[in-house]
Design a protein around this ligand. Sequence first.
Ligand code: ATP
Ligand code: MG
Length: 326
Amino acid sequence: MSELKSQDAIESDNILQVRNLAVEFHTETGRTKALQGVSFDVPRGQVTAIIGESGSGKSVTASAIMRLIQPPGRVTAGSIDFAPSGSEPYDVLALVDKDSRLEQLRGDHISMVFQEPMTALAPVYTVGNQVAEAILCHREVSKKVAWDEAANMLQRVGIDDLQRRMQQYPFEFSGGMRQRVVIAMALVCQPDLLICDEPTTALDVTIQAEILTLIRQLKGELNNSVLFITHDIGVVAQLADHVVVMQGGRVLEAGTVRQVLKQPMHPYSKGLMAAIPGLAPKGQRLATVASVVGATDITTAYPLTRLADGRQISLSPSQLKAFGHE
Ligand SMILES: Nc1ncnc2c1ncn2[C@@H]1O[C@H](COP(=O)(O)OP(=O)(O)OP(=O)(O)O)[C@@H](O)[C@H]1O
Ligand SMILES: [Mg+2]
């Protein structure tokens, strides 16, 4: 893979830098260029959303970051520079298969949460054992310590009645609770980067909102970086600091939510403005934010913001900044 050498040094505020990434699939029906010249940054400690319609290349991008592209797929060009905390930055695509960093990458440094929680859980182990095992796989601690840490994380993601719940099997949990367990498993090893690939699409709307609130809250507490894949513009408006808009295997536009709001080129980006409560499609700034109310919304830890029409919503500090409220 010598042609896959890094092109730029990674900037210190970025945890991940994707440059000119190209992926192809060779199938009986021909060659599909799944990604072409994909470049974007994932700034450290923030939420970056990738949005795009079905088939635009979102999941293939995530797989490439995890080095999970399997034949008939192939990375044909590009670099993915990754700078985990406490390690020298390296190009994920340049690692040879037996490099120990590859094992660290999946699980220690980057965790993934997928759309369907059942696929990430083994049906024959109790929930407690699975979360504890995720810890034991990556760290040298006693079973007792792993169990206690698993309990702690399950509590943080909102699983009640812990001692009984940890002895139960995944089929005894609802879909929303399973996704909470998967998020707990993804977070127990304190990954530098959490990748969520449409983690709420299989859930009903109220549970979706709860899971999004949870991810935002945990991100605030654990201060990791999040790459959040979605086709839901409302999710971007609610959750993300940065956005990458993809279509047909290419990046159409990328930047802070503020930048993309200023000059939306793509219908998705235009939709982004419409999805923010109270923001008129033509308004360049959220002039409709009337005031930032002093109290903090306890469910999200973000300050409550009053819109001109009287509604109160909670916006993250960077979203407030994007709307001109420093
Ligand atoms: N295993 C595969 N074999 C052949 N083609 C594939 C494979 N995986 C992905 N592709 C192709 O790559 C392109 C991008 O797919 P990808 O799964 O990344 O889309 P997506 O944006 O995640 O869509 P969705 O929102 O439906 O999940 C599509 O054209 C798809 O058909
Ligand atoms: Mg996908």
